[in-house]
Design a protein. Structure first.
Ligand SMILES: [Zn+2]
Length: 241
């Protein structure tokens, strides 16, 4: 696969062992243009970077080598992993994002992403459940790559996990009421199994985490409210792990 190298200085000086690579984190750039994104990801003052950047035509830029710790995840958590820069490969997709005009991801861009993911999965033996979005690992701060990111399509290509409930079946349970405490506890237990880090500290945490889950698995309605459809999806995903 052809990569165009652009050097970003934004990584830890100390190299990592490639055995520590366990997760792929997908982002969108959330900036006005590709050019601006490249400048930011390579500017030492911005202190952000990623291993790859893919533009809308599917052109792949390599910014940081895999054995270096790039700065893309920030404060984050997934399963037993904390602050995921050290354990993950970051892939940025050029997209203006929610702030500047969120657009669908183009086929060419996704095809390049799929190619890279397949190579990484093989090379580092990355588990399906460890292919995540930035919002999954930092639900309180981040909403990228957002609800237009086609997780179901990627899962068909064996990248990431997806449920096997029929859309028409699920649809009936959208906005259906839940048994408050009982179902909440069960839901978050399932979320923990999937990898989401969550503890019942504040109401605010709950809403944001439900939203992150919905952005990934139930994009038709992202309201932060737990309903029966979300419960069924989370249970189904857990059963498949
Ligand atoms: Zn991000």
């Amino acid at each position: 696969m052809q990569e165009y190298s652009i050097y970003s200085p934004n990584f830890n000086r100390k190299k990592r062992s490639i055995n520590s690579i366990k997760i792929i984190t997908i982002h969108y750039t959330g900036m006005q243009s590709e050019r601006e994104s490249i400048i930011r990801l390579c500017n030492p003052k911005s202190k952000v970077s990623s291993h790859f950047l893919i533009n809308q035509n599917g052109k792949v830029y390599r910014l940081v080598q895999d054995n270096q710790i790039a700065w893309h995840a920030g404060k984050s958590c997934w399963g037993n992993y904390k602050n995921l820069n050290k354990n993950s490969i970051g892939i940025e997709l050029v997209n203006k994002g929610h702030q500047f005009g969120y657009t669908h991801f183009r086929k060419k861009q996704l095809l390049s992403l799929i190619k890279i993911c397949k190579i990484l999965i093989k090379r580092y033996k990355i588990k399906k459940k460890n292919i995540v979005g930035h919002s999954d690992i930092a639900p309180l701060r981040k909403i990228d790559p957002g609800e237009k990111f086609p997780w179901k399509y990627l899962a068909k290509k064996k990248i990431g996990i997806w449920h096997d409930c029929k859309p028409n079946f699920l649809r009936k349970f959208r906005k259906s009421k839940i048994f408050k405490k009982h179902d909440e506890v069960k839901f978050f237990k399932n979320l923990n199994n999937i990898g989401y880090c969550f503890s019942f500290k504040k109401k605010f945490f709950l809403t944001k985490t439900v939203k992150a889950f919905q952005r990934h698995y139930r994009k038709e309605l992202i309201n932060g409210l737990l309903d029966k459809e979300c419960l069924i999806i989370a249970q189904n995903l857990t059963n498949k792990l």
